[in-house]
Design a protein around this ligand. Structure first.
Ligand code: OOG
Ligand code: MG
Length: 264
């Protein structure tokens, strides 16, 4: 990957992203000031953010793939999948009240989450390897929150912003990935009792395990692997839905049960 930013610029942009996240304050997308930024530069900022948070004692639980469905690519105008890291502090209990005053403009996505039992690594990771290394899958909601004004960004900026990662909720019934057909599960997301998105899990790259394989390949390019025991979100199955205080969201997954959150 082709890095163009100096270490000082990477530190500066990491400061900006970190502050925008901590203050829940929108900032202009990074390419406004650094138009030559590359995808590698975006990941350099993301990895510096991860390094800082881990150095501060925060615990990483896994990774997320994003922009892995056509619905999301069309919604965001970005057509290349990307990854981000997930920390324990981002988790919220199922059905619990999720605060919005510490977020900029939250949106909710429904995703298949994987928990792994074996290490995955390398530039040629396959769907079959992912399924063999998966302990169980479960339904999840991701609450994304772009730190960029108007929720508008390009690939470089969103990668630097850790793929808009903010909160996540898991629920439902964990299942062995091999006991169900993970590519053909219907998912309905409801907001305040009304269906707002309808899709099937094949919307994620044909099979959600392919999104995990892609994530492993990106990790390989970054010099990382996916350790056993990782929690991995495979990307939104349908478009993200904006939420505000008072909203209730439930996603009902065929075979996996439901997962919900309410917003305050
Ligand atoms: C980027 C993150 C996308 C997904 O599941 O597709 C994502 C964004 O849309 O803000 O998490
Ligand atoms: Mg997501």
């Amino acid at each position: 990957m082709n890095l163009t930013l100096s270490p000082a610029d990477i530190a500066l942009l990491t400061d900006r992203i970190d502050a925008a996240q901590k203050n829940a304050q929108a900032i202009p997308k990074l390419t406004d000031d650094f138009p030559g930024m590359t995808l590698a530069d975006g990941y350099a900022v993301q990895m510096e953010l991860r390094r800082r948070w881990r150095a501060a004692g925060l615990r990483q639980v896994g990774w997320k793939a994003g922009l892995t469905s056509t619905a999301k690519m069309l919604q965001m105008g970005v057509s290349v999948p990307s990854i981000g890291f997930l920390m324990a502090a981002m988790a919220r209990p199922e059905g619990s009240a999720v605060r919005t005053d510490d977020l900029v403009h939250p949106r909710v996505e429904c995703e298949i989450a994987f928990v792994t039992k074996d290490r995955l690594a390398g530039a040629h990771c396959t769907r079959e390897e992912v399924l063999a290394a998966t302990d169980f899958v479960l339904p999840s909601l991701e609450i994304i929150d772009s730190r960029f004004s108007g929720f508008k960004f390009d690939l470089q900026s969103v990668v630097a912003d850790n793929g808009s990662a903010a909160r996540y909720v898991t629920g439902g019934r964990p299942r062995r990935a091999t006991d169900i057909d993970l590519a053909s599960l219907g998912v309905v997301m409801e907001k305040n009792g009304e269906p707002v998105t309808l899709a099937a899990t094949a919307a994620v790259m044909g099979h959600p395990a392919d999104a995990v394989a892609l994530l492993v390949k990106v990790l390989d390019e970054l010099g990382e692997d996916l350790p056993a025991g990782s929690f991995v979100m495979s990307g939104a199955i349908s478009e993200a839905v904006a939420v505000k205080p008072g909203d209730n969201v439930i996603a009902r997954f065929q075979e996996l049960g439901s997962v919900s959150a309410r917003f305050v």
